[in-house]
Structures are given as C-alpha cells and as structure tokens.
Design a protein. Structure first.
Length: 555
C-alpha cells in the first residue's frame, strides 16, 4: 500500500484552476469582495476519489471523504475531538449501558427509526447486515475487508436492532470497523438493481454512483474535473448548509490563485501553500490541527549485509544495539525539520500514537536533538572511533528526502568517521526496494498510513509480527519481543477506555526506550479558506482531507 505524505508530494501536487487566473468575476487580491458562488461550497483538491463504493475505497484515498458525504454509519467521530458519537445508532455501546456483552464479544446497536435512503425508503437493521456482509463478500483489499475478519455473525432481530458478535476481543472494533467508511450503510434495493454483490469482485456501478442516506446527494461526477453534490433536504439529522462542488485541480501555476480570488472557498492544504496564501486579503490560514501521519526513518534489524549498497560498512546486527538506535534519534534535528520542510505546520507524535488520537499520552517521552548524548551512546556502543558508512533510501524531491538529509547532516557534523549516503530514488525504484525480502538497505524514510485506532499504529510500526515487525525484523532488536507483543495485544483486549489508555501510556514509554525508528515529525492539517466561511473545523479522525463540509456555512 502506497503511503502519501501531505508534504511529500508538495513539489508536484498543487491547488488551483486555470479559470481562476482569468475569471472576470474574481477580485485578484480577494479581499473585501462579495461572496462568490453563494449557496455552493466550492472545494479544491489535488486529485479525485478512486471510487465511491464504501466496499472498495482505499484507506488514504479521497474516496473515503466522498463516502462520508453521501452515506451514514452507525457511529461518527465527534467534531470536537476523538470521541465516538451516535449517528444511525442511538448510542455508543459500552459494557455499562449494556451495548457490549460482559465477555466483550457481542455488540448491540439500537437504530433510529427515522432514517431514509435518498430514494425515500426506510433504513433498517437488515440494511446494515447487508452492507457489512457485502464488504466481507466482496473482500477487496482496498476496501479494508481485513478489518471485518473478527466478525463471527451479524443479526437483525428486529427492524431497529443490529447485533454483531466477534470471534475474539477487539477493543479497536468501534473505531476501525463501526465508524469506518467501509461500514457505511448502502441501500440493498439499489445495489441489487445495479450489479448486486459478487464475491471478490468490484461493483462498477457503485464505484461511480451512490446509494446512501447521507447529508449530500450525488448529482454528477465529471471525471477528472469535479464532483457535484446537493443538500439532502430530507436528512434525518442536521442538514448540510450548502450544496457542494468538489474540484480536481492540477495546474501548478495557479494553485493558490483560485482561493485568493474567491473561486474556491477552501482547499486541501499542505504546509508548502502557507507562504503563497498567508496574509492574502480574505484568506484564513490555520496550520495547527495535528494530522494522523507520523513521519518515520526506519531501522532494519534484519540487514542482508551482502546486498547492501557498495561502501556500507555496518554489520548485520548494527541496529540490534538499543544504544545505537537511541543515538540516531538524538542525532536528528527535530526543530530544523519542523521549521524547514514543514513550514512550522507540524507537531511531535509519540511512539506510536499521534497527538489528537485517543490513547496519546501528552507526557510520553520524545527524543530531542542532543548531539552530546548521541556521542555518549555511540562511544558506549563502540562506534565512535571506528565510525561507519550507511545508506538511506528515500523518494526523491519529497519530505522523505528532506528528513533523510537532516539526519545525514546531524550524524556527519558530529563525527567525520560517520558517513550517510542518502539515495534519493524515483518512486517506482523506492517501491521496488521496499518490496524486496529481505529489504536490501539499512535505513529508509517514509510515513505511516492514517489509522483511526492506536492498535493499528502498533501493529504497523511496533509489533514483532506486524507489518514493519516482519519486514524489518524488529523482534531481533527488542530486548523482550514477546513482552512487547503481549502488551500490544493486551491493550487491544481492554474494553475499559481509561484502563486501555493507561496500557498505551505504558507502551509509549517502552517503545521510546526501544526506539525502533526515528519520528521526525507529525504533519499538521493546514486549513486554508475564505473568511466568509463559518464554523470551519478540521478533525484528523475524519477521512482525508480531515474536513466535514456539511458543517460549514457561507455568507
């Protein structure tokens, strides 16, 4: 799965539309003019959804944002934070309210009785069963069907009661499944009339159309150009305040002009846009909302020495020494990363929970740039006098290359015997290297996906048998890999939120000591919008780009 950094593609992904540069209605400076396109929220993004089917949308793609507009789910993420709130379900289930059984395996959801699909038909519990079974039957990797694997049974004992039983305890279930975009509720009659459900096969009609009950109704999708939504006037809850027009913008020369001129109300922001639009009349820029991606530089603890680039001098067990891993962390200049490539629009996540997500401990330790401490650890580990040459791969012209160069500068400034060869490669070549087993490189620069529950981050970046645990041999370097695995699994079996948060606080401390990677920064979401918009907020727990357009007013 390709992981996209909000900043890493800044050199090629931009916002704007050629018409914005020559629009006769636009005030070039954008300040003090009349509201443009009243009644329609105009949004510019750098690409378009990969599809519109909840069962076939990529985890980090724009399809999830479109699905959030047109479909409902049982639960949603509160605009004010990371808590879950009721949507089609009338309450968030817990053991205390009886929604979760004492053994933690059965979840019961009571549904609203006033929800209607866009065609006017009633939404019932059977529709939820159909929707979730559809995800599992289609079983598409891009649809995150793997998140539904712990489901043992789905039932609808009556029209407004939905019951799901799991095969094992899974404390991430509410975030990773129930509130996820693949769990959106589809209209079975519409689906069956347009291709139905076929095992392991996409539904082409659903990829281009919608069959939901959400706040917006899809009116048209002009591929490569724009998507048009209108307000669902019969929505059961708070209605959207305006219609929605979502532009796919690719012109690199005018990416900020549309916002400055008022042709766009809001754009999908990345830190590199800040100098172009900050201070422009009528434009608001807020770079302070933490995103959910943790930039990382990874350590290979399963180094195939014979396959390393020519000139590398490190042994296979170089990163098995915890002191070496910590020394690399102390050699990284975090302030230079934040203020330079990220234009100040970044914060620091912990090992491995982003700020703004449930489970993040604000008191969790973080490495600071400390060359003296790095020197002490390198001397203690026996590498100071001997020195080393090591290669690091990154995608060229990206934030990943930037953070690699910052690490190179930090290490080489400390000791002339330290050499770091940054190999900036085209994306295809980088992907080829990272798909090789074992990985023929000691260091690589990348970022995490955007997950919705801390367990996913630990499985991705820390568990000895998780994604990077397997690829990078993390268990070879951990002092006690079995204990770390047990701690991660225990946290995902704890249904009491306070007790679970305590387990994650302990894990963040343990993983800081283990230092299985460098965490250069946590990228922020940059909000850039016209000052005539009201109630604008961002939430990293919402699908990319972290915006919920139905909340925003205009005028």
């Amino acid at each position: 799965m390709r992981v996209r950094s909000r900043v890493g593609v800044a050199a090629v992904l931009v916002f704007g539309m050629a018409a914005a540069a020559c629009s006769p209605a636009a005030d070039e400076e954008g300040g003090g003019g009349e509201v443009q396109n009243p009644g329609v929220l105009t949004v510019a993004t750098d690409d378009e959804p990969e599809g519109l089917d909840p069962a076939a949308i990529e985890d980090n793609g724009l399809g999830r944002g479109a699905v959030m507009c047109g479909y409902d789910r049982l639960l949603e993420v509160d605009p004010a934070g990371s808590d879950l709130i009721p949507s089609v379900a009338t309450e968030v289930p817990s053991i205390d309210n009886g929604g979760i059984s004492e053994d933690g395996l059965t979840y019961t959801f009571k549904l609203r009785d006033d929800v209607k699909f866009h065609d006017g038909s009633d939404l019932t519990a059977e529709d939820v069963v159909y929707s979730w079974e559809r995800v599992m039957t289609m079983n598409l990797p891009e649809g995150q069907a793997q998140n539904f694997e712990t489901i043992a049974s789905l039932e609808a004992p009556d029209d407004y009661t939905f019951v799901v039983t799991l095969s094992q305890l899974d404390a991430s279930f509410l975030y990773n499944v129930v509130a996820s975009m693949p769990a959106s509720i589809v209209n079975p009659e519409v689906v069956e009339a347009n291709g139905g459900v076929e095992a392991d096969t996409p539904n082409e009609w659903m990829s281009q159309n919608m069959a939901g009950s959400g706040q917006y109704i899809l009116t048209s999708w002009e591929r490569g150009e724009r998507i048009n939504f209108e307000i669902n006037e019969d929505y059961w809850g708070e209605k959207a305040k305006t219609d929605l027009r979502w532009f796919n913008v690719q012109d690199p020369n005018v990416y900020s002009l549309g916002l400055r001129a008022g042709d766009y109300d809001i754009i999908e922001g990345i830190p590199t846009i800040i100098p172009d639009v900050e201070g422009a009349p009528g434009v608001v820029v807020n770079p302070d909302t933490p995103g959910l991606q943790l930039l990382q530089i990874g350590f290979n603890m399963n180094i195939p020495v014979d396959e390393l680039p020519e000139g590398d001098t490190i042994p296979a067990d170089f990163f098995h020494d915890q002191r070496v891993r910590q020394a690399f962390n102390y050699a990284f200049d975090y302030d230079a990363m934040r203020e330079g490539p990220l234009s100040g629009a970044a914060t620091r996540g912990s090992y491995f929970i982003p700020e703004g997500m449930y489970g993040h401990d604000p008191e969790a330790p973080k490495f600071d740039y400390d060359p003296a401490e790095a020197e002490r650890l390198f001397k203690e580990a026996g590498w100071w006098d001997e020195g080393f040459t090591i290669s690091l791969v990154a995608e060229e012209d990206s934030v990943f290359e930037n953070q690699s160069l910052i690490l190179k500068d930090g290490l080489e400034a400390m000791n002339p015997n330290f050499r770091v060869n940054v190999m900036a490669l085209p994306e295809s070549r980088f992907d080829e290297i990272m798909a090789t087993t074992p990985i023929p490189i000691a260091l690589w620069s990348w970022t995490t996906p955007e997950f919705r529950d801390p367990h996913s981050y630990y499985m991705d970046s820390a568990h000895p048998e998780g994604r990077w645990g397997t690829l990078a041999g993390l268990g070879e370097g951990y002092e006690n890999p079995d204990e770390i695995a047990s701690m991660i699994e225990a946290a995902n079996s704890e249904l009491d939120l306070d007790a679970r948060a305590e387990l994650y606080a302990e894990l963040q401390q343990v993983m800081f000591e283990e230092a299985p990677s460098i965490l250069p920064a946590q990228e922020n979401i940059v909000l850039a919008y016209r000052d005539w918009l009201t109630d604008v907020t961002a939430n990293p727990m919402w699908p990319r780009p972290g915006l919920r357009y139905s909340l925003y007013g205009k005028g």
